[in-house]
Design a protein around this ligand. Structure first.
Ligand SMILES: Nc1ncnc2c1ncn2[C@@H]1O[C@H](COP(=O)(O)OP(=O)(O)OP(=O)(O)O)[C@@H](O)[C@H]1O
Ligand SMILES: [Mg+2]
Length: 340
């Protein structure tokens, strides 16, 4: 591509729960990773569009064939609709970013859950064909590390919805041994919280979306700073319910697997660098916003000589910003050409 052509670089974070884009023109957009197609003629008339994306799709789900196309870090298997949903999310983000300006050549770095990177890379390339001119696909924790320049002697723990991705950065592109993926993440907390509420308060009526909202509002580990008092219908009548203990137990289900994985990865670091890595553990992903998580993980590091666990500043855009930083630094031969 000649230097004279207008080039827009974009960084995309394709996530299970939210997907985001940051561009070299300074734009930022985020969309919930839901896509819905009106189920019948009536729904088409009400919705007035052939496909609905993001929060609007979730809100209108009774009228839609609703898809959340990623699950446990992977594009759901065997459904053309889920692949189509991924395509809709990506093209929607790119359209928002380019504002329909087709004159511009677009190059995109797409950060995806580490497991998607392993399994679905080929499908993603196929989906992106014709959408952008050049493409690089990277794993999400690597994009986050790149964006915050945490490239050497650091550990990134990206707590998403479908998966938690761990990655130790050793100043080069991470290998399989430097990374781990757990399906203990936001969605597994939601499922456990729903189960616990159901067991402890069988009379309360709720949906998984309500449970997720409660967790986002009250999620914590360790000692509670306040009670989690939520309002939910009981036999059709709105009532206050105290779910503090259930929230704590559900959120704390992350601690043992996180600690174990952190220690396992640390043990594989060259002995003279382990201390540095322990002092540089970064939590990203919105799931890391569970209150007290960093402190509890720090406690787990005490036995090993102590360490520091911090939160990235902007968990919503850390991945997209990191992907954009990669796009801006990438050499001409790093890019895959994907023009149709
Ligand atoms: N304030 C909050 N406290 C706790 N959890 C939260 C909060 N806000 C959002 N979450 C949870 O964070 C998870 C989504 O995080 P994020 O948007 O980083 O995931 P994602 O990138 O879409 O998923 P993945 O990386 O698995 O593909 C969801 O489970 C959501 O409920
Ligand atoms: Mg993510």
């Amino acid at each position: 591509m000649s230097a004279k052509e207008k080039v827009l670089s974009v960084g995309i974070d394709l996530g299970t729960s939210q997907s985001a884009i940051s561009t070299s023109a300074g734009a930022h957009h985020v969309v919930d990773s839901y896509v819905g197609w009106p189920v019948d003629m009536v729904a088409r008339k009400v919705m007035k569009k052939p496909v609905v994306i993001g929060a609007e799709a979730l809100e209108n789900r009774t009228m839609l064939d609703l898809h959340r196309p990623l699950e446990q870090g992977l594009i759901k298997e065997g459904s053309e609709k889920d692949l189509a949903a991924v395509r809709e999310i990506l093209s929607h983000l790119i359209e928002l970013a380019t504002e329909g300006n087709r004159e511009t050549r677009t190059r995109a770095v797409v950060g995806v859950p580490a497991e998607t990177m392993r399994v679905n890379k080929q499908q993603l390339r196929q989906i992106m064909r014709g959408m952008v001119d050049s493409l690089i696909i990277v794993s999400e924790p690597f994009a986050v590390a790149y964006g915050i320049e945490a490239l050497l002697h650091t550990m990134i723990i990206d707590v998403g919805a479908g998966t938690t991705d761990f990655c130790v950065m050793k100043g080069r592109y991470p290998t399989e041994e430097d990374q781990r993926t757990l399906t203990k993440a936001g969605d597994s907390v939601d499922d456990l919280l729903a189960k616990l509420i159901d067991e402890r308060h069988p009379e309360v009526q709720f949906s998984i979306h309500m449970v997720r909202g409660w967790k986002e509002q009250y999620g914590f580990v360790g000692e509670p700073a306040k009670r989690a008092l939520v309002t939910a219908p009981v036999h059709g009548k709105a009532q206050k319910v105290d779910i503090t203990d259930a929230v704590r137990a559900a959120c704390e289900s992350l601690l043992a697997p996180f600690t174990e994985t952190m220690l396992d990865l640390l043990a594989a670091v060259e002995p003279e660098y382990q201390e540095k890595v322990r002092q540089n553990v970064m939590l990203s992903g919105r799931g890391s916003r569970i209150h007290g998580l960093a402190e509890e993980l720090e406690k787990a590091l005490v036995d090993l000589g102590g360490g520091k666990v911090r939160l990235v500043d902007d968990p919503v855009f850390a991945g997209a910003n990191g992907s954009l930083a990669i796009a801006l630094d990438a050499d001409e031969d790093d890019w895959e050409k994907v023009s149709a």
